[in-house]
Write a protein that binds this ligand. Structure first.
Ligand SMILES: Cc1cc2nc3c(=O)[nH]c(=O)nc-3n(C[C@H](O)[C@H](O)[C@H](O)COP(=O)(O)OP(=O)(O)OC[C@H]3O[C@@H](n4cnc5c(N)ncnc54)[C@H](O)[C@@H]3O)c2cc1C
Length: 297
């Protein structure tokens, strides 16, 4: 709370060097909070972000649906306005289901995207609200320390105060703003995991003797298995950090897929790396200095 994209990137990368599951669970807190951060009213920020910051509440981000994954615009969850006798909207009735929600099985509240007559809108739904069901987590192949659950909403009634931003129809804009951060964080997760893998492979190659010497002295091993990955991870680090700096400086709209001319993504095909003069020594020092420099924990 209060940290920028660069702070979140550094923490996510470091945690994911240790465990992708714990990193995902940590990332889910940022993700669930993001619609409130980018679109919430001051009252909503104080109430919901305050609860998260105090460590009293787990939050989850509920957007994906069984039939709306990459194509988010096809989502079906509905929020029907409930009006008083004078026609003023006092609340919403939510119906639908969400899929693959990180921390969904345990969250104290979720930020859920639902369709209102004015368009997609985010709502806060609290655990225990009648009709809101948090189902058993998926049996995943990996990142098992992070819960991933389906959610169902059957005539879930929330007060109008739970409409994020206080005005309906702003949900897709808010979701797009959130994506700018989520893509950065997923890249940080992959970077941390990649660095951790090399952190294991490099010392192992120094001690594993085959054909009369350590693997670290076999060019076929270093030049195919270690150096290209190290080069790509360094290029990815530079690119990810440039994106984090741009997000923090609010440098234009970063929600589009195409790279800006000032910030092209690295294109370094594995197998054709630029070789440092002493690859092995440079590699080992740089990997350890990267992890020391970026440590904030
Ligand atoms: C561990 C985990 C945690 C998650 N946590 C959350 C969460 O907290 N909250 C949340 O809302 N969602 C969450 N998700 C859901 C995630 O956002 C979706 O899985 C993602 O949006 C992809 O949707 P899908 O799985 O339905 O894949 P699909 O959309 O069915 O895509 C399948 C494959 O096809 C590719 N593809 C799709 N469209 C095209 C196209 N037009 N051209 C070329 N290729 C295409 C995709 O890249 C993918 O490789 C989580 C998912 C996982 C696995």
């Amino acid at each position: 709370m209060g940290g920028g994209a660069m702070d979140c990137y550094v923490v996510t990368r470091e945690v994911c060097k240790l465990c992708l599951g714990v990193g995902t669970a940590f990332f889910a807190i940022q993700l669930g909070s993001d619609p409130i951060i980018v679109g919430g009213t001051e009252e909503q920020k104080t109430k919901w972000l305050g609860a998260v910051a105090e460590g009293n509440s787990l939050v989850a981000y509920a957007v994906t649906e069984p039939e709306a994954g990459s194509n988010l615009a096809s989502f079906k969850t509905k929020a029907e306005p409930i009006t008083d006798d004078g026609g003023a909207v006092t609340g919403y009735r939510i119906n639908g289901s969400k899929q693959f929600i990180s921390t969904g099985g345990y969250a104290d509240f979720v930020t859920v995207l639902a369709q209102t007559p004015e368009g997609p809108s985010f709502f806060v739904v609290e655990k225990g609200t009648p009709g809101f069901e948090q189902h058993k987590g998926e049996e995943k192949h990996g990142i098992r320390a992070s819960n991933t659950s389906p959610l169902t909403f059957t005539d879930v009634v929330v007060p109008v105060e739970n409409l994020i931003g206080g005005a309906p129809g702003k949900g897709l804009k808010q979701a797009n703003q959130v994506f700018g951060y989520t893509r950065l964080m997923v890249a940080a997760m992959a970077l941390g995991a990649g660095e951790a893998a090399l952190g294991i492979a490099i010392p192992y190659a120094k001690e594993r003797i085959q054909f009369g010497g350590p693997l670290s002295e076999k060019k076929g091993y270093t030049n195919k298995l270690i150096v290209p990955h190290w080069v790509n991870l360094k290029a990815a680090t530079a690119y990810i950090e440039s994106v984090a700096r741009r997000l923090d400086s609010e440098d234009g709209d970063l929600q589009v897929e195409a790279p800006s001319p000032n910030c092209s993504p690295p294109n370094l095909p594995i197998g054709r790396p630029t070789m440092p003069s002493r690859p092995w020594a440079d590699m080992a020092t740089s990997v350890s200095s990267v992890s020391k420099k970026s440590s904030v924990m």
